[in-house]
Ligand binder design. Structure first.
Ligand code: GDP
Length: 298
């Protein structure tokens, strides 16, 4: 699944890298290294990681005639180091509901990712309460209601324009009362008002922290893989405001910029927990960094 989702990125990368080589191999000189660097940058992996990979290939092979497979092995080994992370699915509460706060800008795939997470928990036999905390967007609440019905989750809604923290509070209260396993809380996705956003998230933290001291157990940031480098600046904004514990990288299937996983791992200490591979509730995969690197070059 990951392999076919990454097809656009992989096609671009592999075609270009293959073109660098002839059957009899290629001399690794400055020209070759510069070309390799340009190809890598096109995947949106960022200049830092692309530079590191170029340096690695230089150290390994400079002045030698090598084959495609040699260089790929070298590139993959450097990439593995860059994106390495332990497999990190959700950290569950020791007892009581596990509270998962979901943040991200509008259009990133936040609503769909909440549906996918709900489906993931439901498949494990866990009961889910959703808190429709994006009270600024009626459409988000409507969408979430449809998903909740479809996936067999309970949903707590607020009034349009109402206080998101009040919705979060009621959702957690409902989850406690119903002995639900998981409570997923949506939040507003507006970054242009950074201060408001920060205050809103802090208030939600404060309110639900009074109900369950360890809550939220997870703060999941949804990023749009098709946004490439823009996803990085979004991550920057949210990681300071929201104490994120993990990332869902949505729309990886539609992206030719799948390389964006690399600067995300390079710049932030936040693990990529899941990737979105389509529009259906089941189109979610746990992110495995080694699998990702292998898929890029298959
Ligand atoms: P929100 O505004 O952040 O809540 O975004 P939505 O969840 O409504 O998603 C915006 C659009 O992206 C919708 O058309 C979704 O179907 C689509 N979308 C979300 N996640 C994915 C994904 O992983 N892959 C693909 N191909 N489309 C997605």
């Amino acid at each position: 699944r990951l392999k076919s989702a990454l097809k656009k990125t992989t096609d671009l990368l592999n075609t270009d890298i293959r073109d660098l080589f002839k059957k009899e191999g290629r001399l690794v000189d400055d020209e070759m290294l510069d070309s390799l660097y340009s190809i890598l940058v096109k995947t949106d992996m960022g200049v830092g990681p692309a530079g590191r990979i170029r340096d690695r290939v230089k150290t390994d092979f400079r002045g030698r005639v090598v084959h495609l497979t040699d260089v790929i092995a070298s590139v993959k080994s450097e990439l593995r180091e860059l994106v390495a992370q332990p497999l990190q699915p959700i950290t569950y509460a020791a007892e009581g509901p596990t509270v998962v706060l979901v943040v991200g800008v509008n259009g990133s795939g936040k609503t769909t990712s909440i549906a996918k997470l709900t489906s993931y928990f439901r498949q494990q036999g866990k009961s889910v309460v959703l808190g429709a905390g994006d009270t600024f967007r009626a459409a988000a609440c409507e969408q979430l209601t449809i998903w909740a019905e479809r996936l067999g989750a309970n949903i707590v809604k607020g009034e349009a324009g109402g206080d998101p923290a009040a919705v979060a509070h009621r959702a957690v209260a409902t989850a406690i009362a119903e002995k639900a396993d998981v409570c997923i809380i949506d939040t507003a996705g507006r970054l242009q008002t950074q201060t408001n956003l920060m205050q809103q998230l802090e208030k939600i933290h404060r309110v639900i922290g009074k109900q369950i001291p360890e809550a939220p157990h997870e703060v999941i940031l949804v990023l749009d893989a098709t946004a490439g480098q823009n996803a990085i600046s979004q991550a920057q904004g949210f990681s300071t405001a929201a104490h994120c514990t993990g990332i869902v990288l949505a729309k990886l299937d539609g992206s030719a910029k799948g390389g964006v996983v690399i600067p995300i791992r390079e710049k932030f200490s936040i693990p990529v927990k899941f990737v979105g591979l389509g529009e259906k509730a089941t189109d979610l995969a746990i992110f495995d960094s080694d699998q990702f690197v292998d898929a890029l070059f298959e």
